[in-house]
Design a protein around this ligand. Sequence first.
Ligand code: ZN
Ligand code: ZN
Length: 584
Amino acid sequence: MKKVGFLVCLMMFSMSVFAGSRADARFDEYKEKVVKQMWRMYPGWASSIGYHKYDSVLVIPTQASRNEELDFCEEQLKHLRKIDDSSLSDLNKIDLHLLINQMEYAIWGINELKAWQWDPSQYNVSGAIADMLGNDYAPLDDRLRNVYKKMLQIPLYYDVARSNIKNPTAEHTQLAIDQNLGGLSVFTSDLEEAIKKSTLTDIEKEKIHTKSLLCVAAIKGYVDWLKALNLSNARSFRLGADLYKQKFNFEIQSGYSADEIFAKAESHKKELHQKMFEITSQLWPKYLSAVTMPEDKLKAIKMMIDALSQKHVKPGEFQKAIEQQIPYLVKFIQNKNLIYIDSTKPLVVRREPDYMAGVAGASINAPGPYDKNGNTYYNVGSLDGWEAEKAESYLREYNHYILQILNIHEAIPGHYTQLVYANQAPSIIKSILGNNAMIEGWAVYTERMMLENGYDGDKGLESTEASPEMWLMYYKWNLRSTCNTILDYKVHTKNMSKQDAMKLLTQEAFQQEAEAEGKWKRVSVTQVQLCCYFTGYTEIYDLRSMLMKKMGSNFKLKSFHEQFLSYGSSPVKYIKEMMLKEMH
Ligand code: ZN
Ligand code: ZN
């Protein structure tokens, strides 16, 4: 009996391995096929991530093309739901979930959310044309010929856009007006300049020029039509609880519901305020001994933040300061054995290119899935030409302490490090459907993790404890993502007024008036997006706490980080599932 049993087991084992690898192979084939079909379905998306085969195509947003998209998604779902996920590898299992979510999200968007009716800013062609003119992935003449083909469809595109719009929100209408007008220069100065640089024949040049005039007229016509709409009874920009919670599930793909995350954000805010007040009291004699500490805790914290913010670099040294911190961060991480950093893939710090100018700040620019060998850039804004007052206010915001946290977040071990790991588990699905909450959550998580391990630029590589100043400013930074979540949830599901929103941001999150105004503008034209930072961070932190408890002294921070990142940009709930499974 035993022998038979053993044989059966062996057979089952080898069969499952065999079936598994065959199922994976079949799924890999399907993935390749479906991605190609997706690019035909979504040519704009394709161009934006560097797949340029359909650059000349502009989808006219008719009911027929929406039906075509619905059919496509339904057909994929029919196939995807039949796949037995237990036969797939962990990484493919996640890809399967991501694809199902994508198809369901697209169907929901057309049938339920219906932003194609109420958000006129969805209709805008200038970004796509600007990309084609500005990025030299192909010879300029070829790109211009594709621009021409695309332009042929633009007048019809805006005609159909008008017929789609029903009861739009005032906020999205204004956004559409601003953005479409803002994009006009693409069809005038930018295009003319590109034509001049090209080696097209005079006839070709003239054809493009004539067509561009029609495009400008079509865009202006759309804008005039939007301006004339009567919006006195317009739809509210607030999404409402039902749609919001569903969108949260599709977009964030969290193990927590929107309600749960909101509750967590509220209690986290209270905790942060408490910790900030403790540090403020501790630091008061050092920085503000001449002043009496106000009774109001939040006012006292604000005064301490203002005092600490005065420590910052000079405008001309902003980029240099960032550049110098990168190798220091790497050394610290190696010293503390926090995560393996691949030194063969250095990060290129550069002044932000002209087309990004004006936004300042810092951002990571990574090569897309179709340009794997491209450099990864750390774009750093320059303050050249800024008025002294504006520069001073900016530098107080990105002061000595926050600048270090920004580098952790954007570069090492935040976004950049995560990217390097994601590229080692290559999956086209994960790179195009990557989970934003995981990506932002990781960057936010590393800020705290670095401080917990003693990171402090003023205390050297051996530091075991960050200074109270560093912690206070970190908490202020962390309050931003916490309050983003509270704001987004309350505005869209609880009817939060602008006045209350401004109070939350300026008094409880210590933001400047201008920053808070900008946030209000953002929350009135986006939904859910502002939650991704806090949600991802919370999920990662909770997962780590859970594993530390379970593993006790066997828990190794470095292994946790490396294993966590090995699943690519997947939703944290799936990473959690795989990591817990591997423990058994
Ligand atoms: Zn100053
Ligand atoms: Zn980020």
